[in-house]
Design a protein around this ligand. Sequence first.
Ligand code: ADP
Length: 199
Amino acid sequence: MMYVVGVTGGIGSGKTTVTRLFEQLGVVVVDADVIARHIMDRGSPAMQAVQQRYGDQALHTDGSLNRAWLRAHIFAHPEEKAWLNQLTHPLIREQILAQLQAAKSSYVILSAPLLIENGLQQFCQRVLVVDVDEATQCHRTANRDNVSSQQVKAVMAAQVSREKRLEHADDIIDNRGDVGNLQPQVQQLHQLYLRLASQ
Ligand code: ADP
């Protein structure tokens, strides 16, 4: 039985930065966002279902999915979101499970911004939340993605609140300080997870 640590946090909290440090320690990181994107790769069953439902307008001329069109379409037709979710969520879960089971490290990390929102905790023995205050979240994301703080706030509104997320945490990494503060926290948790995984 694989020992799985779910890593989550709001947009710009530092999940990617933190999971890279775990990777450097040899821990396999399964990324739910990467999997979700690949579910719609050209020629995939999910993409073919989208083409059947919406026609060629949903595709670029090279046959790949027009993600901007799909986003806009779902925004204009909220009821289509349920259809899309029932198509993609089981496929995403299946792929997450396959990658977790294939992982060859002492324990494995499942990194997912929407871990709690999408009920992915069911795959996890433990939940680690990367935490910052909202103002920090906002300015770091705005800097990284070159977007307005307004746009960041819109994404944040679609995620669970900081308080709610922290309620689900077994462990918390405080990322309000300098990046240099992360390494010791990661080291300590790594030792803990190695112990827990070997029990
Ligand atoms: P997430 O994956 O949670 O969206 P990232 O790891 O990409 O967050 O971090 C968001 C941005 O903030 C990135 O540009 C990253 O380099 C930067 N960052 C992360 N941690 C810190 C920190 N402690 N101090 C300053 N900048 C940071």
